[in-house]
Structures are given as C-alpha cells and as structure tokens.
Ligand binder design. Structure first.
Ligand SMILES: [Zn+2]
Length: 226
C-alpha cells in the first residue's frame, strides 16, 4: 500500500468526523530517519526521509499513528512507538541508515589535536574526574570556523562533540575549554526531554550535574571575556 493511503486510513480512525484532507507524502533526502506531519491549507502534508520509503506497511502505519497523535496532541500509543523503534533498531536498517548518514551528513569536524589543546586527552581527563571514566568517547573535534556564539555542541546523530576553534588558542585558559567540553559531555549523559511539543535540553538533572564542575563561576566568567 502507498504511504499516502496508510496515512489517510489512520487519519480517518483518529478523526472519524473530520472531513478527510488531501494527503500529500513527500520523501526527502534527509541524513536520518526523520519525519513530520502538518496541516497546511486543509491538506495533510507528510514529509519523511526517503530512507523510510522501503519500510513495510505496518511500520509506516506505526509512523502515521505517531505523527498524527503528535499533530492532534494525543498520547502516542506505546505499541506504535515500539513497532517503529524496533524497525529502526533492526540491524540491516541501522546499517543502511549509518551509511546514508555518513554520506549525506558529512560533518565538518577537524582533528581533536588542536593547535593548543587536545580534545581526546581533555575528554579522558574530564571523564575520569567527573564520570568515573565510564563515558564512551564520542567523535571529538574542532570546528573549522572560530565561532564566538556557538562555543560547542553535541550532535546526537553523529555522536560528535564539536568545539569552536576560538577556544583552541593559547590565550584561552584551559579551564574555560574544559567547561565547554564538560557541558557538552553532560548533553551526552542527559538527553533532551520531550514534553508534549516542548523540548527541554537543559533539564533539572542536567543543571544539577553541571554544578559539580569545579570553578564553574570562574570558567563562565572567562568565557564572557573571550
Ligand atoms: Zn547546552
């Protein structure tokens, strides 16, 4: 069955009295298995990664239940979530998604050994001091550009932490760089929470954990003077 027919059927089940909208499914070349649904000018617009085009009907149906539940602000049925997740976790699906990600989502990250600081070493040191050495090392690297506004970020699909090249200078104190890396490591440890339509990246647990950083105030003050 076509994806559009499956979405139409699920829509009718969820909203039996609402007139059926035009359902349009677009496959996009995303770097991961993304999908969204929105109502626009009376049409139901579904955008999903072309990597999902070959998914079996029950998986597309589960995805339709997930996306339409979110659209109508209803709880997502656990069975749909489960079915969809199991599919994405299948080894063959994971392998092909990894491949697509590597080809399409090529990240511009430079070697962890910078001019001044080595991120691999710094990671291991922070890992030992704050995480009992138990955190698996993600991909670490310096950004090619020296951004002042985005000092660091953690990118879950690539499992990468990237720090701005502006931190890799002799005049930037080590403590400041350590703090930015520590903050990003906490993102790895405390994933974003989804609260209905809201997404919280700095959860309460995250903020509590951040307070463990020694000389936190000093580090933050250094960053303001960059
Ligand atoms: Zn953050």
């Amino acid at each position: 069955m076509e994806a559009g027919q499956i979405f139409t059927r699920v829509f009718r089940q969820m909203r039996p009295r609402t007139p059926l909208p035009d359902v349009r499914v677009q496959f996009r070349r995303y770097a991961n298995a993304n999908a969204q649904a929105k109502l626009e000018n009376g049409a139901l617009l579904i955008r999903m990664a072309d990597t999902l085009a070959g998914a079996p009907d029950p998986v597309i149906e589960a995805l339709a239940e997930i996306l339409l539940s979110k659209l109508f602000r209803r709880p997502v049925p656990a069975s749909s979530n489960d079915r969809y997740r199991r599919y994405l976790n299948r080894r063959d699906v994971r392998n092909s998604l990894d491949l697509v990600r590597q080809i399409r989502g090529r990240k511009r990250v430079e070697h962890p050994q910078g001019h001044t600081y080595n991120l691999d070493e710094m990671f291991e040191d922070l890992n030992f001091r704050y995480f009992h050495g138990l955190m698996a090392r993600p991909v670490l690297g310096w950004s090619p550009n020296a951004s002042r506004t985005l000092l660091g970020h953690y990118d879950p699909p690539h499992n990468a932490i990237v720090l701005s090249r502006i931190l890799d200078r002799a005049q930037t104190p080590r403590l400041a760089v350590e703090y930015v890396l520590f903050h990003e490591m906490l993102h790895l440890r405390h994933p974003a929470e989804h609260n209905g339509a809201r997404r919280c990246v700095h959860t309460r647990a995250f903020k509590e954990a951040e307070k463990q950083f020694e000389h936190l105030r000093e580090a933050k003050a250094m960053l303001r003077r960059l």
